[in-house]
Design a binder for this molecule. Structure first.
Ligand SMILES: [Fe+2]
Ligand SMILES: [Fe+2]
Length: 205
């Protein structure tokens, strides 16, 4: 391990940490891994929530394609509606991040949010996030391509009602420019607490 101070090298999160010496994984020694893995675990505990919040915050001032609020405001509004309805902290954070990938990967933005939060939320919310876009179709009766029966394939599933409720109350109606949403800073402690939970192992797809 080295204490390299080269300006081209990224800074370490903590001053008492060490860099690995090599630049390819296959070259790392067992001792380097012994040092690296605890640093990595501590890094994740400190940075995961903060970087997730930055993902969302990056879109704060973005333009909209036609809704009267941008995607950032939609996410804040969804979370605020859930908060004021007295939903659990987990549900509020799920609402906050449900569309964080809506612009960058529109066709799979539900899976994006499910992957982001999956280790820290219940199966109920993971399932809902993955499918919420299809549950939205029933709320767009005049959309030329939406299939109002898209969600019916999951009728009877234990998480169907939550997905339907989420979309009806906290998603499809959360594009009101006159709604008084709480600022992102209001949700930050909730996000920090969620990501501080022991991670739930995610099965491979
Ligand atoms: Fe969505
Ligand atoms: Fe949404």
């Amino acid at each position: 391990m080295t204490k390299d101070t080269d300006k081209a090298i990224s800074p370490l999160l903590r001053e008492d940490w060490s860099y690995v010496e090599h630049s390819a994984l296959e070259q790392l020694s067992a001792q380097e891994w012994q040092t690296l893995l605890p640093q990595r675990a501590a890094y994740y505990r400190q940075e995961q929530a903060r970087q997730a919040l930055r993902l969302l915050a990056a879109s704060e001032h973005d333009a909209t394609f036609g809704y009267r609020v941008n995607n950032y405001q939609h996410c804040l509004q969804a979370a605020t509606l859930a908060l004021r309805d007295g939903l659990s902290e987990e549900d509020v954070v799920v609402c906050l991040f449900h569309d964080v990938g809506f612009i960058t990967c529109p066709d799979s933005h539900g899976e994006f949010a499910a992957a982001l939060l999956g280790n820290y939320v219940s199966e109920r919310n993971h399932w809902m996030l993955q499918r919420h876009a299809l549950f939205q179709d029933v709320h767009s009766p005049n959309h030329p391509y939406a299939d109002p029966k898209a969600r019916d394939r999951w009728l009877g599933h234990p998480h169907f009602e939550w997905a339907a409720t989420f979309v009806e109350r906290y998603d499809q109606a959360a594009i009101d420019p006159n709604y008084d949403s709480a600022p992102l800073s209001h949700f930050e402690p909730m996000v920090m607490r969620l990501f501080a939970k022991p991670p739930r192992p995610m099965p491979l797809p």
